[in-house]
Design a protein around this ligand. Structure first.
Ligand SMILES: [Zn+2]
Length: 288
């Protein structure tokens, strides 16, 4: 955080320097845009083939084949979800929250891609529907579906409070992935990564730049839906923070389940899906 009383005096041209307008770091215009109307057409011919429920303060994983759709659905009450994604055939290729943020901004919505980690760096999924897209940004600078938070975890809890809490999203996702892939717990833990905070309402305070959360506007029936660009395992934790209106690492908040539903357009439609290519960078890193 910045000092309230800086140690160094501002230079005489401080105002001029501060007045320089910002430039977007990664202008997205050169990115290939998803064909949302084509996806909407494919979506018309789907049938629901699978479902997994992330119980309150717990997580679930589900397989989603490339070319199918997965919907994260709010049921019963306002609830925030922490979402991870892995390549089903290579768990080292996983969702890269930081780069997704650099490319699409702090909060995702329809048309945004969820990018995978280096050296793959390709779209793992495309957001095709978001019933909370009306929210935009509120007066505090808050919005939903952020890629700025990390995930609630027992290590930060231990650091800040000295207590151990085992049902944080990090631990929930660890247990769910271990059980889904039959992995040792600690091996699964190393594959859990920074999340997409589905339905969570977050931002940075304008004056101090601190990460904040507030009660999610999500209500039962709201959903965020993705198109799977590659064969995926999707992990979802129903955060112990519930709607994240107060705290997120205890049993205090009211928590509700979240549902993941897979919608399959059929084998022919999936076979017509073109897998996104891995990054063409040659990985020589200046040594060639
Ligand atoms: Zn959480």
């Amino acid at each position: 955080m910045k000092l309230e009383n800086p140690n160094f005096a501002a230079p005489t041209d401080a105002d001029d320097r501060k007045a320089i307008p910002p430039v977007i770091c990664y202008p997205p215009e050169t990115l290939t845009q998803p064909d949302l109307s084509a996806l909407a057409k494919i979506r018309q011919g789907v049938s629901k083939t699978a479902e997994a429920i992330a119980a309150p303060r717990d997580a679930a994983c589900i397989d989603v084949p490339a070319g199918a759709f997965v919907r994260v659905l709010s049921v019963d009450g306002p609830q925030v979800g922490d979402l991870n994604m892995w390549n089903k055939h290579d768990l080292s290729e996983r969702f890269y929250s930081g780069k997704t943020r650099a490319l699409h901004g702090t909060h995702l919505s329809t048309g945004d891609r969820m990018w995978s980690s280096f050296p793959n760096m390709r779209p793992m999924a495309t957001v095709i529907d978001d019933t909370l897209d009306w929210y935009g940004f509120d007066a505090f600078g808050g919005s939903v579906h952020d890629v700025i938070g990390t995930r609630c975890d027992p290590y930060t809890g231990r650091l800040l409070t000295g207590d151990d809490y085992h049902y944080c999203c990090h631990s929930n996702l660890t247990r769910a992935l271990a059980s889904h892939c039959n992995l040792p717990l600690h091996e699964a833990e190393m594959l859990v990564h920074d999340v997409l905070n589905v339905f969570m309402c977050t931002g940075f305070t304008r004056d101090t730049g601190q990460y904040f959360m507030k009660a999610s506007p999500v209500r039962p029936g709201d959903y965020l839906e993705f198109y799977a660009e590659i064969d995926l395992i999707v992990g979802l934790s129903a955060c112990p923070g519930g709607d994240c209106s107060s705290e997120h690492s205890s049993d205090a908040a009211a928590c509700y389940p979240l549902v993941m539903e897979v919608y399959d357009p059929g084998e022919d439609a999936r076979a017509a899906h073109v897998l996104p290519a891995r990054s063409a960078y040659d990985r020589s890193h200046g040594t060639g």
